[in-house]
Design a protein around this ligand. Structure first.
Ligand SMILES: Nc1ncnc2c1ncn2[C@@H]1O[C@H](COP(=O)(O)OP(=O)(O)OP(=O)(O)O)[C@@H](O)[C@H]1O
Ligand SMILES: [Mg+2]
Length: 315
């Protein structure tokens, strides 16, 4: 649905986006992550035809953002960093205005505007001037205008910024409910939000892609983590690690005592799931099992590592 190839934006002094390539399948929600100044907004502006790339190509539903901007704009809903709202218009009036600009049939304009107002929780401020709304409410109006023409693709630049906790949860639910029919790219600084909503992610740092792929694949790590206790007490960490060390494929076992509960990290060279075997060993020893999880890299660790690494190479 979205194909990006070598997309580049150069300003006079710096390269904001540097040969970025990624693709997004239909119906997916992709998280676009990166520190401040990484190039998220610039990339989104190029995808939505708000700014031409210096180099490279991007297609939305098969249409080229440079050669076929009108076709692209019909199929895309965009919530920019600052919502494109007019302060001296009432919410309902504005939504109907946008619906007309975006080609919603005249007979459907009112119903469609009311529908998105309800979906984005702005029905209660329908007759209020946008300029008198709070930041969070203005952001909700911004989201409503992005989906009003039922576009195939939604590009949302920090969609929950400025929301209160209840609104964050409701907006995440709304965005998730839009996936499937819509393909969604959203930028955020909240890693929790990526975990809650996105199947895939693209991490960008200093204009370059640091990594991209399915969230499960990127955070998968071979091995398992256990928490056990030894009823009569353990004499040392060796007593805890020994039974696991002989298992085929196990490369390292470490144990640390956390107030009587032992945390055991079992690393493996294969991606075979050793958890049933580990459980048998624990029970066979007469220990108590409190936790047994497949090992995973935390998204936070991965993000910090990837965005710090590029800093070290000093670019
Ligand atoms: N109009 C402009 N002229 C010159 N440089 C610009 C312009 N707009 C953005 N930049 C630069 O491009 C880089 C990328 O900015 P961009 O706004 O895309 O980052 P971002 O990832 O969206 O950051 P944030 O998380 O803060 O929103 C930054 O170094 C920024 O200073
Ligand atoms: Mg930005």
């Amino acid at each position: 649905m979205i194909q990006v190839e070598g997309l580049t934006k150069r300003y006079a002094r710096n390269v904001a986006v540097d040969h970025v390539s990624f693709s997004v399948e239909k119906g997916q929600i992709v998280g676009f992550l990166g520190p401040n100044g990484a190039g998220k907004t610039t990339t989104m502006r190029m995808l939505t035809c708000f700014m031409p790339p210096t180099e490279g190509t991007a297609t939305i539903a098969g249409f080229d953002v440079i050669k076929q901007p009108l076709e692209v704009k019909k199929r895309i809903g965009y919530l920019p960093e600052t919502p494109p709202v007019y302060p001296d218009m009432e919410v309902g009036e504005y939504l109907q205005f946008v619906a007309r600009i975006k080609g919603v049939a005249e007979k459907d304009v009112l119903a469609r505007s009311q529908e998105v107002a309800t979906r984005c929780f702005v029905k209660d401020v329908w007759s209020k001037l946008i300029g008198k709304l709070s930041k969070g409410y203005r952001q909700r109006v911004g989201l409503a205008q992005a989906i009003i023409h039922n576009p195939d693709v939604l590009i949302l630049d920090e969609p929950t910024s400025g929301f209160d906790p209840k609104q964050i949860i409701e907006t995440r639910d709304l965005i998730k409910s839009l996936a499937g029919d819509h393909t969604i790219v959203l930028s955020t600084h909240i890693l929790q939000e990526v975990k809650a909503m996105c199947e895939s992610l693209v991490i960008i740092n200093k204009g370059k892609i640091a990594t991209s792929g399915r969230l499960d694949d990127l955070t998968r790590r071979n091995g398992a983590v256990l928490e056990v206790s030894v009823p009569e007490g353990a004499s040392s960490s060796d007593e805890i690690t020994a039974p696991f060390e002989g298992i085929e494929g196990v490369t390292a076992v470490t144990a640390s005592d956390d107030g009587g509960l032992w945390r055991v990290d079992v690393d493996t060279a294969t991606d075979a799931d050793l958890r049933p075997k580990l459980a048998q060993i624990v029970l066979g020893k007469g220990w108590n099992l409190y936790r047994l999880d497949a090992a995973a890299v935390s998204l936070d660790d991965m993000f910090l590592r990837l965005t710090a690494a590029a800093e070290e190479v000093g670019q």
